[in-house]
Design a protein around this ligand. Structure first.
Ligand code: NAP
Length: 267
């Protein structure tokens, strides 16, 4: 963490991976603006956990698919913190709002994906910059498998939106390089205590077993703490020279070859 990095805004930190990121940064005494959409109670739980770690913060509500609400969220951050050192764009709408295959997805569902990802990032970064001095950190959460593959058909809207988000990360990285602000994307593998836990139990079991069987060479799913550690690493002073990258944080899952059963690959 840059020595003067004291304030972070993390969208979608009421629960899941966003909460994991908030708690890891709180352990480093960073004050956290905990953003939520509908789940105020969960946001307050995150705030209580942040305080247990000898940090502090506040909760802020916004629908990230609405630019005006994003701008309002940043006005609240400015009022509370005066400045911002870290902006993590992590929020993602509930799966049923966009999960349809290419031949069925409605334009509204498509817009939900794009409004909440690249457009929200475009608006959010432009709001964050005036609050950042030199040496800030911007991190976007992506799912890079969904950006580059086509197998999980109903993921088409979110996969395409995340691909655009990753592209925007590279453009902003160049635009902000002279200010010492790094812009990176983190791509977690499947993660416990996140959207996974909202899937039908049978689907959860299939996914867990698949990763334990070897699709993730480390033999387990990730945790919000794993991803929080990676974001904390990217926010460190030592990460100042890394920008514009998509960093896989997935226990090696992205290294596996989909044409060959894991048992053969792992030998
Ligand atoms: N989970 C995984 O395995 C996985 C893998 C790769 C990448 N990712 C990425 O990691 C990020 C977090 O995923 P997750 O699974 O941890 O999320 P999650 O548990 O489903 O939580 C979603 C978060 O986004 C907020 N949110 C939902 N709709 C919103 C909206 N319209 N406007 C603003 N905020 C909204 C929720 O707020 P409320 O609590 O108020 O509803 C919540 O804080 C996402 O960008 C996702 O694509 C996740």
């Amino acid at each position: 963490m840059p020595p003067d990095a004291k304030h972070a805004l993390i969208t979608g930190s009421s629960r899941g991976i966003g909460r994991g990121i908030a708690l890891k940064l709180a352990e480093q005494r960073v004050k956290i603006a905990i953003h939520y959409y509908k789940n105020e109670r969960a946001a307050n739980d995150t705030l209580a956990e942040v305080r247990k770690r000898d940090s502090d913060g506040f909760i802020v509500q916004a629908d990230v698919s609405r630019p005006e609400e994003i701008k309002q969220m940043f006005r609240k951050v400015q009022a509370q913190f005066k400045k911002l050192d870290v902006f993590v764009s992590n929020a993602r709408p509930e799966v049923p709002t966009f999960f349809q295959p290419p031949l069925q997805i409605t334009l509204d569902q498509w817009d939900t994906a794009f409004d909440s990802q690249p457009k929200a990032f475009l608006v959010g970064v432009r709001e964050a910059i005036p609050l950042m001095g030199n040496g800030g950190r911007i991190v976007a959460l992506t799912y890079a498998e969904g950006s580059r593959t086509g197998g999980l058909q109903p993921w088409v809207g979110m996969g395409s939106a995340k691909a655009a988000l990753e592209s925007l990360v590279r453009y902003f990285a160049v635009a902000l390089a002279r200010r010492g602000i790094t812009v990176n994307a983190i791509s977690p593998g499947w993660t416990e205590n996140s959207v996974l836990n909202t899937l039908p139990p049978q689907a959860q079991d299939l996914i867990r077993n698949w990763h334990v069987r070897g699709w993730t060479p480390m033999g387990r799913l990730g945790t919000p703490e794993d991803v929080g550690n990676v974001v904390a690493l990217m926010c460190s002073e030592q990460a100042a020279w890394i920008t514009g990258q998509v960093i896989y944080a997935d226990g090696g899952a992205s290294l596996m070859n989909p044409e060959v059963p894991p048992e053969i690959q792992l030998g």
